[in-house]
Design a protein around this ligand. Structure first.
Ligand SMILES: CC(C)(COP(=O)(O)OP(=O)(O)OC[C@H]1O[C@@H](n2cnc3c(N)ncnc32)[C@H](O)[C@@H]1OP(=O)(O)O)[C@@H](O)C(=O)NCCC(=O)NCCS
Length: 165
C-alpha cells in the first residue's frame, strides 16, 4: 500500500463525508443542478446513517497521514431474494459512492478501496457483488473483473405511462 495514505473503515462520524462523496460523484457524472443534488443528499442521509449504525452500510475510506479523507467506497448489504446461482443467499452486496478527490486520482486509491470491499464481501460469504458503473468508473471495474449483467430498466412518466420517446 502507498505510504501516504491508508484505508480505514467508516464510522457514524463519517456520515457527512460519505454524503459529500455521493454528491461529488453525481456532480462529476453530469448531474449539475445543485437543488437536485441537495435533495439526493437529504434523501440519502437516513439510509446511510442507519446503515452505518446497523451494518447494512459499510464505508471504506482512504485517509492521509493528516487524517484527511481523500477517497471512499461504500457497500450496501440489503435483504434480497435467493437465486439458483446462490440458493442459500438472501442478501445482496451492492457497491456505491465510489469517489476519489480530484487531486488524488490515478494513484491507484480507488483500486485498493475496491479490492478491500471485494475482500470484505468474500469474507461475508457473497459469491457476487453488484454496482452501477459511471463512465469514469467502468474502466476500473472492468479491469478488476466486473462484467455487464442482464439487468434492464425502464423510465416511467409521472402518470405511470411508459416513456415512448
Ligand atoms: C472513477 C474514480 C473513482 C477512479 O478513482 P482513482 O482513485 O483515480 O482510480 P485509480 O487510480 O485506482 O485507477 C484505477 C484504474 O481505473 C482506470 N481509470 C481510473 N480513472 C480513469 C480515467 N479517468 N480514464 C480511464 N481510466 C481510468 C484505470 O484503469 C486505472 O488504472 P491505471 O491508472 O493504472 O491506468 C474517480 O475518477 C472518480 O471519483 N470519478 C468521479 C466519480 C465517479 O465516477 N465514481 C464512480 C462511480 S461508479
Amino acid at each position: 500500500m502507498n505510504s501516504d495514505w491508508k484505508i480505514r473503515i467508516a464510522t457514524e462520524n463519517d456520515l457527512d463525508c460519505i454524503l459529500s462523496h455521493r454528491r461529488g460523484m453525481f456532480q462529476e457524472m453530469g448531474f449539475t443542478d445543485a437543488s437536485v443534488l441537495d435533495q439526493v443528499v437529504a434523501a440519502s442521509r437516513g439510509f446511510i446513517e442507519k446503515g452505518l449504525s446497523d451494518g447494512s452500510y459499510r464505508g471504506f475510506l482512504a485517509v492521509t497521514e493528516n487524517n484527511e479523507v481523500v477517497a471512499g467506497a461504500g457497500l450496501a448489504i440489503t435483504d434480497w431474494l435467493a437465486h439458483p446461482a446462490a440458493p442459500k443467499q438472501s442478501r445482496r452486496a451492492y457497491i456505491l459512492n465510489v469517489y476519489t478527490a480530484p487531486d488524488y486520482r490515478r494513484k491507484g486509491i480507488a483500486r485498493v478501496l475496491m479490492q478491500a470491499v471485494l475482500d470484505h464481501c468474500k469474507q461475508e460469504g457473497f459469491i457476487s457483488v453488484w454496482l452501477h458503473a459511471s463512465e469514469y468508473g467502468r474502466p476500473l471495474y472492468e479491469s478488476m473483473g466486473f462484467e455487464a449483467a442482464n439487468e434492464m430498466k425502464i423510465m416511467l412518466k409521472p402518470n405511470g405511462l411508459v416513456r415512448n420517446e
